[in-house]
Design a protein around this ligand. Structure first.
Ligand SMILES: Cc1cc2nc3c(=O)[nH]c(=O)nc-3n(C[C@H](O)[C@H](O)[C@H](O)COP(=O)(O)OP(=O)(O)OC[C@H]3O[C@@H](n4cnc5c(N)ncnc54)[C@H](O)[C@@H]3O)c2cc1C
Length: 401
């Protein structure tokens, strides 16, 4: 089978599916739209889907506004749980910090969404657009760049000619590899262990606790559950994966305490090796990278998809202009402009997250003291805390419309 389109997106998880939906909604004054092909290796509801697994992620307040502006929030809202407060603490130390939604005149500091519920919802919304061709399950095998188009060959043998190819295919991006773009990879020697936890109390507060082993976050979910992300040494994560449910809950209760009362149940556990990855460039002739294909960060500050969504928004805005003006979606100037506009945010979030990981993974006494004074200072000096809260809420460069 051979197919032709304006824009081919490789990867249909959070970045690829939100981009495809945003672009599918765009219209020219005469009602014309982009033709889009979305290529994804796994069906949205597949139990082994790498992008829509049992993970729950926190969307910053600014990300929710971005999703609303792109017309995507209605698909996600039924699966979201608001965060009314964030509490940060350091185990065994005096520092501590809390941020409340009402201090910042917002209904919620952010929303928690479960990826395994969001994936099928996004794909159902995509199936309602007749300008989107869904090629799934199928995978990109080969990519060739030509002057006025890019040819893609899929594992099924299908070929696609597109004016623009977007790599939204995650950390191991085949698009990036086919383009020969380099990747810097810095492993942290840590794994994130995730699980859904049921508990006696459910105050709608998101907790981040720094322990001597690594940070531990609990995000509020619906049905009286919390989503756990527990960062630790790979050997420790392996041991905790193998524990019985009772022994695991006891270990977590010891590390976290009783802020949620007794922890009563744990769902399926999974682990992720953590590394900072950055593509050396995010565009090349008629091709561009978004989301984890462009950069993958440590989950310590819950920034990964919030950052990827800002890639999606920036690219979608440029393509909206191109559609209005009848311009080429793969024009070099458009892609270079996108990369340039994203550079500062990418640099700030990747290096800021990396610095946080190092600061909070380090047991050296002066550093521990410094970071606790930092947490303490933030609790006492509201302006300092406000600037941190703005970052946490995704208000980069001001509150999004
Ligand atoms: C433990 C943990 C907690 C996190 N918490 C947060 C949080 O609180 N807030 C936040 O914002 N972010 C968080 N993140 C990060 C967030 O989950 C990711 O940034 C986001 O899900 C990445 O989405 P993506 O679409 O860019 O990439 P991926 O999810 O990696 O998706 C890539 C897709 O491409 C497909 N694909 C790959 N190769 C091919 C191919 N050759 N052909 C076709 N398809 C292909 C894959 O099947 C997959 O569906 C967390 C991450 C982890 C690990």
């Amino acid at each position: 089978m051979a197919t032709q389109c304006d824009i081919a997106i490789v990867g249909g998880a959070m970045a690829g599916a939100t981009l495809a939906l945003a672009l599918a909604n765009q219209r020219r004054p005469d009602g014309g739209s982009w033709t889009i092909a979305l290529i994804e290796a796994h069906p949205a509801a597949a139990p082994s889907h790498p992008g829509y697994d049992s993970r729950a992620i926190a969307l910053a307040e600014g990300s929710v506004r971005r999703l609303q502006r792109l017309g995507l929030w209605p698909a996600l809202a039924p699966h979201a749980q608001p965060i009314s407060q964030i509490q940060v603490s350091d185990s065994g130390h005096f520092g501590g910090l809390s941020m409340n939604a009402d201090e910042y005149q917002v209904d919620a500091l952010g929303q928690v969404v479960e990826l395994e519920r969001v994936g099928p919802a996004l794909w159902q919304a995509l199936a309602r657009h007749d300008n989107v061709q869904l090629l799934c399950p199928d995978g990109l095998a080969e990519l060739q760049q030509h002057q006025d188009h890019v040819s893609l060959t899929l594992n099924s043998g299908t070929t696609i000619k597109a004016r623009l190819v977007v790599g939204a295919d995650g950390t191991g991006s085949v698009v990036r590899q086919q383009l020969g773009l380099g990747l810097t990879r810095q492993p942290y020697g840590q794994h994130a262990l995730i699980a859904n936890i049921s508990c006696e109390r459910h105050p709608g507060i998101a907790f981040e606790r720094f322990t001597s082993e690594g940070p531990l976050a609990l995000l509020p979910m619906n049905e009286q559950r919390y989503s756990l992300v527990w960062v630790q040494q790979p050997e420790q994560a392996e041991r905790r994966l193998a524990l019985s449910d009772e022994a695991f809950l006891q270990a977590l209760q010891n590390a976290f305490g009783y802020r949620l009362g007794r922890l009563t149940k744990v769902g399926q556990r999974a682990q992720y090796p953590l590394a900072l990855c950055r593509a050396e460039r995010t565009h090349h002739h008629r091709c561009v990278l978004v989301g984890n294909a462009a950069q993958t960060v440590h989950p310590i500050a819950g920034q990964g998809f919030n950052l990827g969504l800002r890639d999606v928004e920036a690219l979608a805005d440029r393509l909206q202009q191109a559609l209005q003006n009848g311009a080429d979606p793969g024009a070099f100037s458009l892609l270079a402009d996108y990369s340039e506009q994203r550079a500062d945010d990418r640099n700030m979030v990747t290096s800021g997250t990396d610095a946080l990981v190092k600061l909070f993974s380090n047991p050296v006494r002066p550093l521990a003291l410094g970071r606790n004074l930092g947490l303490f200072a933030m609790a006492l000096f509201p302006d300092f805390k406000a600037s941190l809260a703005k970052r946490a809420m995704g208000w980069h460069g001001g509150r999004p419309r």
